[in-house]
Design a protein around this ligand. Structure first.
Ligand code: ARG
Length: 461
């Protein structure tokens, strides 16, 4: 088996179906640039440990540089006979510098510590790309919040009209979880920044090689404390899969709302042509496919997380081949987010909000009832009594099929003598919104402050 990394103790090569099962080049090839980069660092420590002559070291680095270029230009690609990225690259190196020099690189390392290190390197970069995409969505939400500052809408709990709120307040409520997701990615990097290189197969580095030197060379903060843990642990991958799934879930909740808002019944928003699709049969259709694909793919990202957890759950220490199944779900989650995030940014930044419609619906469903109760509390009425009285107003208004502000002075007084005509001062949507002016509330002063905070957090990343 030409180019295989093992074989000395085998009288024959693997069966065809064995090789097909074992093969991973079709997905682990994305690790090739990281593998070459780590090999350069490994060549340096071999040289420093006196295991590579100056001439061999120079020749090996020349070969690795050429290999890096050839990988980048696709002049070098995996062959049918290559089991994985690591074997393919050793074959590529030997093609370039010959077996005498190329055959020295593998000393003191194993694919087990290699792959764990490369996966972390890949994830550190991928999570920065994902974070940038999430921050773009937050930027789009902040811009829409800015553009509609002061515009009211019905706030909902249980999807039922609850209290009037500002649209900007609601949009920013989607920005905060996404900012926390970016913080999660930043925090994850603390755990990604530990290099298993030098852990060897499981027992650690011999040959006088220095894991800390490789770690520093590759931009890691440190090397693994425990070589068994270094090669066996995949909690970093599961954590990444969780954060990616959480991002999808947060985008999915936003998407679900956009889907609802764009129905004729709600009529809150119109989607831009560029971010919606038509129907092959119904000429009038304009469908919220971006939002639906977000919702749909979120199931897939949750599956990637749970699949990976299931793969890990019963594995004894240290490395087992099961771990080869760790990469595809995580790679897939990143690939899906890289498709979704720019589309969500496009969708959100081009939403056309129908302010009149939302303002008209803001008081519907007696959303000012709480304001009546709180007005009574400010006049010294116990909340239990105030709640009953406000409920009485709702009953009276519902019976006559009018709004709370349409109740006559007599009708109000009949519900509760405390309900004098000046209660009307709180029976307006702007009055209700402005009164919720404690920190975190929907009053415009607070939402404006909040928007500034979101922008500040945005620019801090
Ligand atoms: N391709 C494997 C992986 O992705 C690494 C190879 C380790 N193979 C081995 N027989 N120890 O996990």
């Amino acid at each position: 088996n030409e180019g295989a990394l093992w074989g000395g103790r085998f009288a024959s090569g693997p069966a065809e179906a064995m090789a097909a099962l074992s093969k991973s080049t079709h997905f682990d090839w994305v690790l090739a640039p990281y593998d070459v980069r780590a090999s350069q660092a490994h060549a340096d420590v071999l040289h420093r440990a006196g295991l590579l002559s100056d001439a061999d070291h120079a020749e090996m680095l020349r070969g690795l540089r050429q290999l890096a270029d050839d990988v980048a230009s696709s002049a070098f690609v995996p062959a049918e006979s290559d089991e994985d990225v690591h074997g393919a690259l050793e074959r590529g190196l030997i093609d370039r510098v010959g077996p005498e020099v190329g055959g020295r690189l593998r000393a003191g390392r194993s694919r087990n510590d290699q792959v764990a290190t490369l996966f972390r390197m890949w994830l550190r970069e991928a999570s920065r790309r994902v974070a940038a995409g999430v921050l773009d969505v937050v930027g789009a939400l902040a811009d829409q919040a800015d553009a509609h500052m002061g515009a009211p809408m019905p706030g909902r709990t249980h999807l039922q009209h609850a209290q009037p709120i500002l649209l900007s307040h609601h949009l920013l409520a989607h920005a905060h979880p996404l900012l926390r997701d970016v913080q999660r990615l930043t925090d994850l990097d603390v755990r990604l920044a530990v290099s298993p290189y030098g852990s060897g197969a499981l027992a650690g580095s011999s040959l006088g090689l220095d894991p800390e030197a490789i770690a520093a060379d590759l931009g890691f903060a440190s090397s693994s404390e425990n070589s068994i843990d270094g090669t066996a642990a995949r909690d970093f991958a599961a954590e990444a899969a969780f954060v990616f799934a959480m991002i999808a879930v947060d985008l999915s909740r936003l998407s679900e709302e956009i889907i609802t808002w764009s129905t004729a019944e709600f009529g809150y928003v119109t989607l831009a042509d560029a971010w919606s699709t038509g129907s092959s049969i119904m000429p009038q259709k304009k469908n919220p496919d971006v939002a639906e694909l977000v919702r749909g793919k979120t199931g897939r990202l949750i599956g990637n997380l749970t699949g990976l957890m299931a793969t890990l759950k019963a594995q004894p220490l240290a490395y087992n081949r099961d771990l080869q199944e760790d990469k595809e779900p995580v790679f897939d989650s990143v690939a899906q987010l890289e498709l979704l995030l720019p589309a969500v940014t496009g969708l959100v930044s081009t939403l056309v909000f129908h302010g009149d419609r939302m303002a008209e619906l803001a008081p519907a469903g007696f959303t000012l009832a709480t304001d009546i109760a709180e007005w009574l509390v400010r006049r010294g009425v116990p909340f239990r009594v105030a709640h009953e009285a406000a409920g009485g107003c709702v009953r009276a208004a519902e019976e006559r099929a009018v709004g709370l502000d349409d109740l006559t002075d007599d009708e109000l007084a009949a519900v509760d003598p405390h309900l004098t005509p000046d209660v009307r001062e709180v029976l307006t949507v702007p009055g209700s919104i402005a009164s919720r002016d404690a920190k975190g509330g929907t009053a415009e002063v607070r939402v404006t402050e909040q928007l500034a905070g979101v922008r500040e957090t945005l620019s801090s990343f």
